[in-house]
Design a protein around this ligand. Structure first.
Ligand code: SF4
Ligand code: MSK
Length: 660
C-alpha cells in the first residue's frame, strides 16, 4: 500500500487533494498534525482521579511503576480497556433502547408514522422471548416484546434475554467464568464503578467485568437494536444499490443522512419520494430529491431501501466538499464535529436531530418518533430551499460502483435451501469439504491514520483469494462497497476456486454485506446456527472463523471485539494496541481468554501479519475439528449445493408463493 495516500478510495483521495489545494482541512490533515501521545495510546496513562493523571512509564514499568495511589501498570491498562468497553456498550445499548421506545410507541398507537413491517420477525422474537403470539393482535405482541426487551436494560439479577440464543456450551463457559450479563445498564455501571480510584485493582478481575459488559452489548443492546429494527423496518434481503462519493446529482437536491439510528432516515426516504415534495423541489429549480447515506445510517437504508451510500466515517467531510450537498442531517454516533466547520465553506446546512448529539454551529431540529413525518418534511424543505444557494465550488467526482447489500441471518438461511428447507447445512458442508476455508468478518471503522479503507480492501481481497468467505458490517462494508467489492462478479474475478464455486452455485458475492455496526450481532446468530447445524464446532468457539477490525477507532469497536472474543471468536484489531504498555493485560486478552473462551483479542498494525494470523487461526481450528486440510482446488465430498432454480422448483411444489 502506498504510504503517502490519505484514502485508498480513489474518489475520496481526489477530493482530499482538491481540499489541500483549496486549503480546506480534513481529518486526514488533522491526523498528520495531531500525533497520538504514546503514553495514552498504549494504555499507560491513568486519569481517573485528581491526584493524577499518572503516567506509568520508565524502565521495568510493568512491575515497578506506580501511580500516586499505588496502582500498577497492568491495573491502569486494564481499567482503561474496561472503560472503553463500558462506553461502547452504553452507546450501542442506547441505540437499541431508542429502537425499543419506537416499537413501544407504535404498539401503543402513539405514532402513525411507523408501522410493524415484519410481523414474521416479530413472532420469531416473541417466540424466543416466550411470549404467546398465536391469535393475538400484532400490537399486543409488539407491546409485550418491547416491554420484555426494556427489562433487559434495568434488570439487576438473572440474565439478559437473548443469552439463551447462544449454543449451550458457549453459555456454560460464560457461567463458569462469571461473565453472563445480568442487565445492560447494570454491567455498564459496574464496569465504571470497578474502574474508579480505590476499586478493583486486579487486571484479570477487571477484564472479566469488561467481558460481561461487552456481552451485554453483543447479546443485549446491539442484538435488541438489530431485531427491533428488522421488526419495524423489515428484515433485509439482498438489494442492489450504488456506492461512492460520486452518488450526488448535479441537477437534484442532495440530502445526506448520517449517523446510526434508522427511524428518521427511513421517514426521510419515504417523505422525499412523495409527489408533494418532488413538486416542491421542482419549484425551486431541481429535478428531484436525491438521498444519500453515510456511515451506519447508510447501511440501514442501503440494505432495506436501496439508498445509495457515499461511504463510511472518513468520507463525511469529503461529501460536503463535493459542493453538491444541500443538507447533511445527523443523529447519533461517529459524527465528526468538524462537518460544521467544513459546511461553512460551502452552502451545506448541517442539521443535528438528537438531544444526545448536538454540535455548536449546526441547526438543531429535535427528532421525536411521535411526529417523525412532520420533522422529516421540515428537514427536506430546508434542503430544497438551500438548492438555490449551491455555488460552483467543490470537487465533483462521478465514479460509482454497484453494490449488493442486505444479507440477514434469515436470508443466508433461506439462500441455502429456500423457505421450506432453510438451513446452514450447505455452508457447514462447504467448510467441512474445504471449498470454503473459513469465515472472516472484516468489520468496523475506517481510519485517517492509515490510507483510509485500504486495510479493509487488502484483507477482503486476500481472504477471498484464499477461499475465505468474507462478511462485513459497519464502515467496513462501506469501504468494500465504495471499492466495488460487494458484487457477485468479485467471485468470478478474484475468489479462490472453492469459494467461487459456492458463490456461483448460490448466486452470492464472496463479500457479504450484513449491515450496520449493531448488526455484528447477525454474525453471532449465524455462528450459533452453524454450531447447532453440526459438523463443525458445537459452540461458537473453535469454528474456523475470525473477526478483524483493521482500521478501528471507536470505543464501540472495542466493545464489539470483546463480545466476539468472549463468545469464542479470535479477533484481530489493526493499529497499535491501546493496552500495549502492559504485557500482563496483553497476555490475559490473548492467551487467558483463548483458554477460557476460545476467543482472543489481538492488536496488530501490519496488514500482512493480520492476514497471516487470521489464516493460521482458521487452519488450526480446521485441524482441531479434524476437517479436511485446506488445499486450494482440492475438495472433499459434500452435498450438492442447490442453485436458485432448483430451490424455486422445490418451493413451487410446496407452496405457490415464497417470500421471507
Ligand atoms: Fe494516579 Fe491512582 Fe489517581 Fe490513577 S487512580 S490518577 S494511578 S492516583
Ligand atoms: S459508523 S463505529 S466509524 S464502523 Fe457504525 Fe463506522 Fe466505526 Fe462508527
Amino acid at each position: 500500500m502506498d504510504k503517502h495516500i490519505k484514502s485508498a478510495n480513489e474518489a475520496a483521495e481526489k477530493i482530499v487533494e482538491w481540499g489541500e489545494e483549496h486549503k480546506i482541512e480534513t481529518c486526514f490533515e488533522r491526523a498528520e498534525k495531531m500525533k497520538p501521545c504514546p503514553i495514552g495510546a498504549s494504555g499507560a496513562c491513568c486519569k481517573v482521579c485528581h491526584m493524577g493523571p499518572c503516567r506509568l512509564v520508565g524502565k521495568n514499568a510493568e512491575t515497578e511503576a506506580r501511580g500516586v495511589c499505588g496502582a500498577t501498570l497492568p491495573t491502569v491498562a486494564a481499567r482503561n480497556m474496561v472503560r472503553m468497553i463500558a462506553a461502547g456498550t452504553a452507546c450501542h445499548g442506547d441505540h437499541g433502547r431508542d429502537m425499543v421506545f419506537t416499537l413501544l410507541a407504535v404498539a401503543n398507537g402513539e405514532t402513525k408514522d411507523f408501522q410493524i413491517k415484519d410481523v414474521r420477525k416479530l413472532y420469531r422474537i416473541a417466540g424466543i422471548l416466550d411470549i404467546e403470539f398465536e391469535g393475538r393482535p400484532v400490537n399486543d405482541v409488539a407491546k409485550d416484546v418491547a416491554t420484555k426487551l426494556l427489562e433487559d436494560y434495568g434488570r439487576q439479577r438473572g440474565e439478559v434475554n437473548f443469552i439463551k440464543r447462544a449454543p449451550k456450551k458457549t453459555q456454560e463457559r460464560w457461567k463458569k467464568w462469571g461473565i453472563t450479563p445480568r442487565g445492560i445498564d447494570r454491567e455498564i455501571a459496574e464496569a465504571m464503578d470497578r474502574t474508579t480510584i480505590g476499586m478493583d485493582a486486579d487486571p484479570d478481575s477487571l477484564l472479566t467485568q469488561g467481558l460481561r459488559a461487552a456481552l451485554a452489548n453483543g447479546w443485549g443492546g446491539s442484538m435488541i437494536s438489530t431485531e427491533v429494527t428488522d421488526i419495524l423496518f423489515g428484515t433485509p434481503m439482498p438489494i442492489k444499490a450504488e456506492a461512492s462519493l460520486g452518488i450526488f446529482k448535479e441537477n437534484e437536491v442532495n440530502l445526506v443522512i448520517h449517523g446510526h439510528e434508522p427511524s428518521l432516515a427511513e421517514t426521510i426516504v419515504d417523505v422525499a419520494s412523495e409527489p408533494e415534495m418532488i413538486v416542491y423541489a421542482q419549484s425551486k429549480g431541481a429535478k428531484g430529491i436525491n438521498i444519500g447515506g453515510l456511515c451506519c445510517t447508510a447501511n440501514e437504508v442501503l440494505m432495506r431501501r436501496g439508498i445509495p451510500t457515499a461511504g463510511g466515517f472518513t468520507n463525511q467531510e469529503l461529501a460536503i466538499m463535493t459542493g453538491l450537498v444541500e443538507a447533511m442531517v445527523v443523529d447519533v454516533q461517529c459524527i465528526m464535529p468538524a462537518i460544521v466547520e467544513t459546511s461553512k465553506k460551502f452552502h451545506t446546512k448541517v442539521i443535528t436531530t438528537s438531544e444526545k448529539a448536538k454540535i455548536p454551529g449546526a441547526t438543531h431540529i429535535s427528532f421525536d418518533e411521535h411526529k417523525a413525518r412532520e420533522i422529516a418534511k421540515e428537514i427536506i424543505k430546508i434542503a430544497v430551499d438551500n438548492f438555490a444557494n449551491r455555488k460552483k465550488e467543490g470537487s465533483h467526482v462521478t465514479e460509482k460502483y454497484p453494490v449488493i447489500a442486505g444479507f440477514s441471518h434469515e436470508y443466508i438461511e433461506y439462500m441455502q435451501g429456500g423457505r421450506w428447507r432453510a438451513s446452514f447445512r450447505p455452508l457447514n458442508d462447504a467448510i467441512m469439504a474445504g471449498r470454503i476455508r473459513g469465515v472472516v468478518g472484516v468489520v468496523g471503522c475506517d481510519n485517517p491514520r492509515v490510507p483510509a479503507t485500504g486495510t479493509h480492501k487488502f484483507l477482503a481481497m486476500e481472504l477471498i483469494k484464499n477461499d475465505v468467505l468474507v462478511i462485513t458490517t459497519g464502515c467496513g462494508s462501506q469501504a468494500c462497497g465504495i471499492a466495488g467489492y460487494l458484487t457477485p462478479e468479485m467471485a468470478l474475478d478474484h475468489a479462490g476456486p472453492g469459494l467461487r464455486e459456492v458463490c456461483e452455485a448460490i448466486g452470492i458475492p464472496p463479500v457479504l454485506h450484513l449491515g450496520a455496526c449493531v448488526d455484528n450481532t447477525r454474525i453471532l446468530t449465524i455462528a450459533s446456527a452453524m454450531a447447532g447445524e453440526g459438523g463443525l464446532s458445537d459452540e461458537i468457539g473453535g469454528m474456523p472463523a475470525v473477526g478483524i477490525a483493521p482500521e478501528w477507532m471507536s470505543e464501540k469497536a472495542i466493545a464489539i471485539g470483546c463480545y466476539f472474543a468472549a463468545s469464542g471468536v479470535p479477533v484481530i484489531f489493526g493499529g497499535e494496541s491501546p493496552v500495549g504498555s502492559s504485557e500482563e493485560v496483553t497476555r490475559i486478552m490473548t492467551d487467558v481468554w483463548f483458554e477460557r473462551f476460545k476467543g482472543a483479542m489481538h492488536f496488530e498494525p501490519d496488514p500482512e501479519k493480520i492476514l497471516e494470523l487470521t489464516l493460521d487461526y482458521i487452519d488450526k481450528a480446521r485441524a482441531a475439528l479434524k476437517l479436511k486440510k485446506y488445499e486450494p482446488g482440492k475438495f472433499g465430498a459434500e452435498r450438492v449445493l442447490m442453485d436458485m432454480a432448483a430451490r424455486r422448483e422445490i418451493e413451487r411444489a410446496a407452496k405457490p408463493h415464497i417470500g421471507l
